[in-house]
Design a protein around this ligand. Structure first.
Ligand SMILES: Nc1nc2c(ncn2[C@@H]2O[C@H](COP(=O)(O)OP(=O)(O)OP(=O)(O)O)[C@@H](O)[C@H]2O)c(=O)[nH]1
Ligand SMILES: [Mg+2]
Length: 242
């Protein structure tokens, strides 16, 4: 079964860990516990085809930015995540994407999805849907606005990414390995704008039995679910499973 390395990228507190935990364990974590690194393995079935995702939840905080390069090299699929309620996180994501592109060389070496998280905080929206969509077009990848509170949307985001990876793999193999920039085919138009707008998607694996135990995380400081929790809590390293 193919093992697909997927990396979650984005600034601190945009919701990377909540997205990972929602996807893997099916619940939403309200507290903010800054990540250093968490790694999970999750067997999934997308469009009736099984795969195993190795999901790397990275540190969004600047202090750990130096190690980002290694994730970028290893990853095949990338969730590029910002918070729709935090314009700085959107600007940071553009820089992270530029770093990704530099590391990979060109689009043929990677598949991405741009994810605007915290859609439930629409009243505090600081990044418009169109801005997110425009950036995704520039990055030649699909775009979704989601809320980590909503498992269906989270599953759909991963399913869209897996489809995009597969599309790119078949494009690469049929073109003799040259690949094609932005070969994301039909899956590029995923759009979950509007709460509850996401379909349930093809990513199954809804049970938690094979998931790494993300629920064992210990919180350092409860920060609620505000758009940009402050202050930053202590950081702990967790390499959960591999
Ligand atoms: N309202 C709302 N809050 C969210 C959402 N996703 C995450 N949060 C909250 O935002 C805070 C930060 O979430 P994390 O998942 O820890 O953020 P992160 O991107 O992993 O942060 P780092 O590990 O520092 O990089 C937490 O308090 C979460 O509960 C969401 O979709 N909606
Ligand atoms: Mg985190």
């Amino acid at each position: 079964m193919p093992d697909i390395p997927v990396v979650l990228l984005g600034s601190g507190a945009v919701g990377k860990s909540c997205i990972a935990i929602q996807y893997i364990q099916g619940h939403f974590v309200d507290r903010y516990d800054a990540t250093i690194e968490d790694v999970y393995r999750k067997p999934v079935e997308v469009d009736n085809t099984p795969a195993v995702l190795t999901i790397v939840d990275t540190a969004g905080q600047d202090a750990f930015g130096a190690v980002r390069d290694q994730y970028l090299k290893r990853g095949q699929g990338f969730l590029l995540i910002y918070s729709i309620a935090d314009s700085e996180s959107f600007q940071n994501l553009k820089r992270i994407y530029a770093q990704l592109l530099r590391t990979k060389g060109d689009h043929s070496q990677m598949s991405c999805i741009v994810v605007g998280n915290k859609l439930d905080l629409a009243a505090q929206r600081a990044v418009s849907y169109d801005e997110g969509k425009m950036f995704a077009s520039h990055a030649k990848c699909p775009f979704m606005e989601i809320s980590a509170k909503n498992r269906g949307q989270v599953e759909e985001a991963f399913a869209v990414l897996v489809r995009s990876i597969r599309d790119k793999q078949s494009a690469t193999s049929s073109s003799g390995g040259a690949g094609g920039a932005g070969a994301t085919s039909a899956s590029t138009s995923a759009n979950a704008a509007g709460s509850g707008g996401a379909a349930s998607g093809g990513a199954s694996g809804g049970n938690n039995s094979n998931a790494a135990n993300a629920g064992n995380k210990q919180s350092s400081q409860p920060a609620g679910s505000s758009a940009k929790p402050q202050p930053k809590p202590q950081k702990k390293k967790r390499c959960t499973m591999l």
